[in-house]
Ligand binder design. Structure first.
Ligand code: BLA
Length: 490
């Protein structure tokens, strides 16, 4: 392939990052089926000492029982405990995978900070976080604390626009000399969907050294499912990405809202960096705390937005009853550039009329719908190829079918026009660089001021819910009209 040619992004999406068959070399992995070793990392006896693997002579069987109990107490999660093997201490993390008991060992730090020393600053940071009244304020408190705990050179809070969408740096703490990333947007492809699903299952991942030689697991086949592993080796694509931005180590903590990945606290180090289980647990704790607080703040915002829309619907009812086909005011229920009502084959448009050609094309291209169930797209030209010619004029649609015979309300949005500051060209997120197969660097040195073509602002869950509520109000009015008509006729 040549310099400047686009990279095949579907490779990223297909990579089975949970079954890459290796771990990072700072730890060792042993997976047991009953009492026999089923899978082992090549460095296990070097790291744990010969004969020190579970089940062997130097291994205290009581420890194994304790690890088993720990794994079963919290299925679907990892748990940690210190173990002594042949006179040396390790932090053991345990979980079940593919029917095996997976044990991961990391050499314990020579000196551990007592819990009480750790606890006081965490408690006061938690209070700061919980008293924050905006998402950004809470994110700021969290990144400050995570940087204090870990010593990483850059700690950012990164918020996704949608579950698989691009994201924005909303809070940041950096060491002196690091360029600021606050306010920058990063392309969606920087974190592929399967990685996001994985991050919804575990709170934290550490990449200790991007130049680390992966330690293979034996046997290699079938590759063990490492979804919950703390030592899991990392996608070579992502390592390349980190090298390109001058990062030697990284850690990220998931931020979840309603069970879905809302964002990440992403940390970068200029040098290799491992984190002890205490620091990791503390960071995880901040991830959980921030997630809970985010849900509360998000819900608060949504409640306010819904109340506002409901008031508008209540005021609109009378007008709708007089003139069922007039969509004026519907854009105050769900924000849009134009609203279209189609009833009994007649179409009325309010706002920026995209023209009959675009609407005819939309009616023809819409997938089959069910009354009361909204259909939506923020990229019509991609989702419905027949709409591609109208890119720039009609880019987003929220369709609410009122009947099964083609009556509907449609909210239309145009391309989002306010440019964002992108850390990489969102239209060409990856090109091969001058050194052959390299992902292009990101950063504020190469900011692209760009709007993504053919994308409208996304439709939020509140938008969908309010469309449905308005639809219900309209259908009730229609029903009342029909009843009155049939009484008049008899
Ligand atoms: C993973 N990509 C990640 C992660 C982050 C980013 C945070 C989680 C792993 C980690 O903690 O390092 C991206 N990091 C960012 C972004 C910011 C940041 C956006 O700091 C902004 C502030 N990445 C690509 C391309 C591919 C790709 C083209 O750019 C695919 C070819 C892949 N990224 C990729 C993969 C992972 C990843 C596979 C998962 C790594 C893993 O967990 O194994």
């Amino acid at each position: 392939r040549e310099t400047g040619t686009p990279f095949d992004l579907s490779e990223c999406v297909r990579e089975p990052i949970h079954r890459l068959g290796g771990i990072q070399s700072y730890g060792a992995l042993v997976a047991l089926r009953a009492d026999t070793i089923a899978v082992v990392s090549e460095n296990a006896s070097a790291l744990l000492g010969p004969g020190a693997v579970p089940g062997a002579r130097y291994w205290d069987p009581a420890q194994l029982d304790a690890l088993r109990a720990l794994a079963d107490a919290d299925a679907g999660q990892t748990a940690m405990m210190p173990v002594e093997v042949d006179g040396r201490w390790f932090d053991a993390t345990v979980h079940r995978s593919d029917g095996l008991l997976v044990l991961e060992f990391e050499p314990a730090a020579a000196v551990t900070t007592p819990f009480t020393t750790f606890y006081a600053p965490i408690r006061s940071a938690l209070v700061r976080l919980q008293t924050a009244t905006t998402v950004v304020e809470a994110a700021r408190a969290a990144v400050r604390e995570v940087r204090a705990i870990t010593g990483f050179d850059r700690v950012v809070a990164y918020r996704f626009e949608s579950v698989d969408g691009p994201g924005e740096v909303i809070a940041e703490e950096v060491a002196e000399g690091e360029e600021p990333w606050l306010g920058l947007w990063f392309p969606a492809t920087d974190i592929p969907p399967q990685a996001r699903r994985l991050y919804e299952r575990n709170w934290i991942r550490v990449i200790a050294d991007v130049d680390d030689a992966t330690v293979r697991l034996m046997p290699a086949d079938p590759p063990l499912d490492l979804s919950l592993s703390v030592l899991r080796t990392v996608s070579p694509y992502h390592l390349e990405y980190l090298r390109n931005i001058g990062v030697a180590s990284s850690m990220s903590v998931s931020l979840l809202s309603g069970g879905r990945l809302w964002g990440l606290i992403a940390c970068h180090g200029r040098t290799p960096h491992t984190l002890g289980p205490q620091s990791r647990a503390a960071c995880e704790f901040f991830g959980v705390a921030l997630s809970l607080h985010l849900s509360a703040l998000d819900e608060g915002d949504e409640t306010v937005a819904r109340e506002r829309s409901r008031t508008v619907i209540a005021r609109l009812i009378e007008r709708i009853a007089e003139d069922l086909t007039n969509p004026a005011g519907f854009e105050r229920v769900v924000d849009a550039d134009a609203v279209v009502v189609r009833m009994d084959g007649r179409t009325s448009v309010h706002g920026r009329d995209p023209g009959p050609e675009a609407l005819e094309a939309l009616w023809a291209a819409l997938p089959p719908t069910t009354a009361g169930e909204p259909w939506h797209s923020d990229r019509l030209g991609e989702d419905l190829p027949a709409m591609a010619p109208f890119t720039g004029a009609v880019d987003g649609a929220l369709v609410l079918p009122l009947s099964d015979t083609g009556d509907l309300v449609v909210w239309l949005r145009r391309e989002r026009t306010s440019p964002r500051r992108w850390a990489a060209d969102p239209a060409r997120p990856v090109v091969l660089g001058p050194h052959g197969e390299r992902l292009t660097p990101r950063g504020s040195t190469a900011v692209f001021l760009a709007t993504v073509r053919g994308r409208s602002a996304p439709w939020t869950p509140t938008d969908l819910a309010m469309a449905v509520e308005l639809g219900r109000a309209i259908m009730q009015i229609v029903l009342a009209h029909t009843r009155r008509l049939s009484t008049l006729n008899t």
